[in-house]
Design a binder for this molecule. Structure first.
Ligand SMILES: [Zn+2]
Length: 298
């Protein structure tokens, strides 16, 4: 009896404490504070029926990594998604993601439904002036090259490869000052353009770029906008893209391990100074590489 009486206020205090932290957490996670988000890219309240969550939770730009029975079928909004033979599958969230996403796992004849409600984020507006006009509004001839490039990139990103080691996280391909973030709306020479999906890291020309996780090279080419570009398939339709390189050190089909040299940073294509632009995508959805790699550790 005495024990119970003693426990009650403590429990209440604990609840208030947890609740106030939750409010604090929700406030922060809807902001663009990617560094904070990554430290805890796991929400123990987020569960998937029929699967075990390894990391991630529904948030724009984020990636959920989960494991189910490899014999199960996993659908996102009624579209089958790939599962590794180990049962691992992933779900990524775009900028301005849908409010509600239905995830279904079919286990024999049982259908398990989980509704995902991705948290919204606030994005920056970034103005860049002084770009050569030809790079902002290309001439008609140039459009053919741009369209051909887009086709190459789409093909390269849809290549299927075996699951690599990204389920244990992404390393930074190099270290430096972050000068551009995921999702920012770019206004180039006063003209609003599509959002920026990469993380820009300002580094001196020729800085080595290392593979953030293992994979297979599916593109190594000179493209109009992104200059010397490399695409690395990590498996389960997750890819990294490296833009504006000064040199490419790999070829299509190369198997690359985590930490392997893939190129040197540069200033090729539509770029206003030497930097690396690193992007991650999943089935056409653009993810936040900075969030997935976490704070840069020196
Ligand atoms: Zn960029």
């Amino acid at each position: 009896m005495i024990l119970n009486k003693m426990k009650m206020p403590n429990l209440l205090l604990l609840k208030i404490f947890l609740f106030s932290n939750l409010i604090f957490f929700l406030n922060l996670s809807t902001q663009t504070n990617a560094q904070f988000i990554n430290e805890i890219n796991f929400d123990q309240n987020f569960k998937i029926l029929g699967a075990e969550v390894i990391s991630g939770y529904p948030l724009e730009g984020n990636l959920i990594i989960a494991r189910t029975n490899p014999l199960n079928k996993v659908k996102v909004n009624n579209e089958l998604i790939e599962i590794d033979q180990s049962g691992i599958f992933v779900i990524g969230f775009h900028r301005d993601e849908e409010k509600e996403i239905l995830l279904t796992i079919t286990e024999k004849k049982k259908i398990l439904e989980t509704f995902l409600y991705p948290l919204k984020r606030i994005y920056k507006v970034q103005r860049i002036d002084g770009l050569k006009q030809v790079m902002v509004s290309p001439k008609k001839e140039t459009m053919d090259k741009i369209n051909a490039d887009r086709e190459k990139v789409l093909n390269a990103r849809s290549k299927k490869v075996l699951l690599g080691d990204f389920t244990s996280g992404f390393n930074w391909p190099l270290k430096g000052k972050i000068t551009g973030v995921y999702g920012s709306q770019r206004i180039l020479n006063g003209v609003p353009k599509s959002p920026h999906y990469g993380v820009d890291i300002a580094v001196p020309m020729g800085t080595p770029v290392y593979a953030p996780a293992s994979g297979v090279i599916s593109l190594a080419d000179d493209l109009y906008y992104s200059g010397l570009t490399v695409i690395l398939n990590h498996g389960l339709n997750v890819n990294s893209t490296f833009l504006h390189l000064s040199e490419i050190k790999v070829s299509i089909g190369d198997k690359v391990s985590r930490g392997q040299l893939i190129g040197l940073s540069g200033n090729t294509g539509r770029s206003t100074g030497p930097h690396l632009d690193w992007r991650i995508d999943w089935v056409g959805k653009r993810l936040d590489a900075q969030m997935l790699a976490g704070p840069i550790k020196y």
